[in-house]
Design a protein around this ligand. Structure first.
Ligand SMILES: C[S@@+](CC[C@H](N)C(=O)[O-])C[C@H]1O[C@@H](n2cnc3c(N)ncnc32)[C@H](O)[C@@H]1O
Length: 330
């Protein structure tokens, strides 16, 4: 159910503009604005976070309405406060974004800024950061689902190895899974500090690691706990299917597994479905989308220097150029 931003109480004094700088903001506006020219055009921000992108869109495009989704109730509360001044131009929804098909029907623009928010990383007690000792929770939606501590306590050694390999692309996945199973036989692994110790002890001194030894394991646990890749694999095609003709979608990914999913979804939608060998392409075989970016775009030097969050970003965008086969035939 939607929650009107204006109904939210103004509270808190946190300087959210200082905590989080929206990534590739000008480029997002440049790519989406052409699709958002009509009065009342709807932009769906599928990853509202602290509302940084949302606020800029509402300011720069006074004709649009915004639907903001997030699975994190803290993010919705903070963004609701920040966006309250836009009144009923804003509707916020607490949901996992694989339900986007239902919330974005007829939208002219959709934005995904994937991953964890600066708020989630800064709130030490949520256990996302290996640099801060905290209970191993890692759920973006703290009202449901299993925590990272439960994953570490219940998964078999083989399951742990697989998630570290698959979601962390961790070369020492087997060694780390074994160390975790040995450590949990002594005492449950409930805090990030203890997990970091176990991983550090299991890392051979001779192995050169790019970054912190715990980085990839923490990423893998976060992806598993929040089912991030499964949800994304459903959400991108659903979002594309909900866009109006002429509508545009922008997706910013922060790791290669996400970016690969986005790339594949865009490639499938922007390819002709004509069987090989047909002399002429029939209209129903024409691509439904055209890509607006050549490969994935990265943030420029200046932004990367000013905002470390922008360093890994990969941005892809596409435009819907025709309806799907069924509605076109009607
Ligand atoms: C990087 S932040 C967005 C930051 C935002 N663009 C801004 O400028 O403030 C990503 C947000 O997406 C949310 N999120 C991640 N996965 C989600 C999912 N599957 N469904 C709904 N929200 C999700 C997170 O809770 C987080 O608040």
């Amino acid at each position: 159910m939607g929650i009107r931003a204006r109904d939210r109480k103004a509270e808190g004094t946190m300087d959210i503009r200082r905590i989080h700088t929206p990534v590739m903001l000008d480029r997002c506006v440049e790519l989406l604005a052409p699709a958002l020219q009509n009065d009342g055009a709807v932009l769906v921000d599928a990853t509202l976070g602290m509302g940084g992108h949302a606020e800029a869109f509402l300011e720069r495009l006074p004709n649009i309405r915004l639907v903001g989704l997030d699975r994190d109730t803290d993010a919705l509360r903070i963004a609701g406060e920040r966006l309250a001044r836009f009144g009923d131009r804003v509707t916020l929804v607490h949901t996992v974004y694989d339900a986007i098909g239902e919330h974005a029907k007829g939208a002219s623009g959709i934005l995904f800024d994937l991953g964890v928010s600066s708020l989630q990383l800064d709130e030490a007690e949520r256990g996302f950061a290996y640099a801060k000792d905290a209970p191993l929770d890692m759920r973006m939606d703290q009202s449901s689902g299993v925590t990272a501590a439960e994953v570490l306590a219940t998964y078999s050694e083989g399951q742990l190895r697989r998630i570290f390999e698959r979601y962390g692309e961790e070369k020492l996945a087997g060694r780390y899974a074994r160390a975790i199973v040995q450590a949990r036989a002594q005492a449950p692994l409930e805090r990030s500090g203890r997990l970091v110790e176990v991983l550090q002890e299991a890392t051979p001194a001779a192995v050169q690691r790019a970054g912190h030894p715990a980085k990839r394991v923490f990423q893998a646990l976060r992806i598993e706990v929040n089912r991030e890749l499964n949800v994304l694999a459903d959400a991108i095609p659903a979002a594309m299917g909900a866009l109006t003709v002429g509508g545009r979608i922008v997706v910013m990914s922060y790791q290669s597994l996400e970016d690969r999913l986005v790339k594949q979804a865009f490639a499938a939608a922007s390819a002709s479905t004509a069987p090989a060998g047909l002399p002429v392409e029939l209209p129903e075989h024409a691509p439904r989308f055209r890509t607006l970016t050549k490969g994935a775009e990265m943030a420029d030097e200046a932004e990367r220097a000013a905002n470390p969050r922008a360093i890994p970003v990969r941005l892809r965008a596409a435009e819907r150029v025709r309806d799907d086969q069924r509605s076109a035939a009607r």
